[in-house]
Design a protein around this ligand. Structure first.
Ligand code: F6R
Length: 240
């Protein structure tokens, strides 16, 4: 795994945006995207490049990692709403080319199969990941098999707590989500994983220095031939 350590969050976001922009400039790029706090700065920078006329997303297709179960796309807490707010509504992408799992599907098993087929068809040039404090990627919590495909997960208490900052009350945070599986994350051509802040330092160390084990889902990334960790100084603190 390559490691890029930046001075701060802004520089991390800039470095990540440049890698993604490189993919977007290729014809008909497919991007694997993440939600969460970490990539917001990267999305802002991609929007700025678009505003300056440096990038067009007209021929870009996207496939996101995950979506909560039971929250409709119109709900402001849905990951669909997050993506619209931070990226899709601000650029020239065709909405029908943007994909997230449907967490309100009646038959979630069938929805997972549909999403797995979509991932197999849309070969991602690049997959952007954030890193959970417990080492999760997507919503693949510790213990998730490395060969997993899209599935429904029960979120761990840690993850519910971490995500509650975006909801009015902790009890409002959904307890389940649909997530791309680890095998599918690994099938992207290139992966960048972003980490910012001291709260991620332990997970960064585990991912890079710990054993490759299902106890730390992100450790699997060391088996991929083209992964770059882009971390700010605080998140990389335990590596230095
Ligand atoms: C988001 C996702 C999660 C987050 C992770 C880090 O789509 O799949 O794995 O990337 O929980 O979240 P933040 O960036 O909020 O610290």
């Amino acid at each position: 795994m390559k490691t890029v350590i930046t001075e701060d969050y802004t520089q991390m976001s800039k470095a990540a945006a440049e890698v993604v922009a490189g993919a977007v400039r290729k014809k008909s790029a497919v991007l694997g995207l993440a939600t969460g706090t970490t990539p917001i700065g990267m999305y802002d920078m991609l929007v700025q490049m678009y505003d300056r006329g440096e990038l067009s997303f007209k021929n870009v297709r996207t496939v996101n990692l995950d979506e909560y179960v039971g929250i409709s796309s119109g709900d402001k807490n849905s990951y669909r709403a997050f993506m619209n707010l931070h990226l899709f509504d601000r650029i020239d992408i065709e909405k029908e080319n943007t994909h997230l799992p449907d967490g309100t599907a009646d038959d979630l098993e069938a929805e997972c199969e549909r999403y797995s087929r979509l991932i197999a068809e849309l070969l991602r040039d690049i997959q952007v990941l954030g890193l959970g404090r417990n080492g999760h990627i997507g919503f693949n919590e510790p213990g998730t098999p490395f060969d997993s495909t899209t599935h429904v997960v029960e979120l761990s208490e840690d993850t519910v707590k971490a995500n509650s900052r975006l909801f009015a009350r902790e009890s409002d945070v959904p307890r389940r989500a649909v997530t791309m599986g680890i095998a599918e994350i690994m099938s992207a051509h290139k992966i960048i994983i972003l980490a910012s802040g001291a709260g991620k330092a332990r997970a960064v160390r585990e991912m890079i220095r710990g054993e490759i084990s299902e106890k730390c889902p992100a450790s699997v990334l060391r088996r991929h031939g083209d992964v770059t960790l882009i971390a700010d100084r605080e998140a990389a603190n335990e590596l230095l």
